[in-house]
Design a protein around this ligand. Sequence first.
Ligand code: SF4
Length: 280
Amino acid sequence: MNFMMVIRAGVMGFCMGVRRVVRLVEETAANNSGRVIMTLGPVIHNPQIMERFARLGVRVAGSAREVEPGALVIVRAHGVPPADWDQLKERGAEIVDGTCPNVIASQKIVGKYSNMGYSILIAGDRNHGELRGLAGFGSDVHIIDNPEDARTVQLGGKILLLAQTTIKKGEFELICRILGERQKDILIRDTICPATEERQTSLANLKAHCSAILVIGGRDSANTRRLTMTAAEGGFPAWQIETAGEIPDAVYGYPSVGLTAGASTPDFIIDQVEERLLNR
Ligand code: SF4
């Protein structure tokens, strides 16, 4: 019989904002039977949790326009622009705010400095819901998606730069450096959420103590994919899986397997993967 050691990363799985919004959805569904309950977009990039919400009767609206009049609507952790709030209210929706407190802090920064006449630069993925929400809080907002954007964006006047909460620190630092060389007096707010960095640091420690890594999380989850890239750096044996059913056979050839999981991966899936590894 082959023995395998399974080691969990010290910090992994649900972050504070995701844990909070998942609890809000579950409580809202439990306390409002008979009412139409919808979320504005998928609350979490994890198909297993989304299936569980569907079984609780929670439906997903693609946009505020698709919300049924009078529905109870849960706003996801990424937040939404103020225009979406207005549209929801016009449709008579009752809103349950699942916006992560860290994202609310960024929204307040954008609103405050925009009112003070600043142009706002946000470093991050222009297709991410958080940035779409943030952009709605300012009047002159530009997304800096990559170093090239930082080299070409129009500067001048009062400028505030902040970060998508989940951007990699190194990417943000590079963007800060490029912009700083072009204009000296840019005001910078480091709004990176520690959750992402903590999972990355914990993974780096984990790699020192195991011979292969399994990264557990939804294929659509950006932070899970980033963990997988870090895990596989240097040719380290690493796989990303969504469920215990996807554990590759090759993993069983390693004496010690490290487990980590993205910020949208629920505890029960991590437990199932660990169970399967230990009891095959
Ligand atoms: S990663 Fe950070 S900012 Fe994003 S939802 Fe989680 S706790 Fe909030």
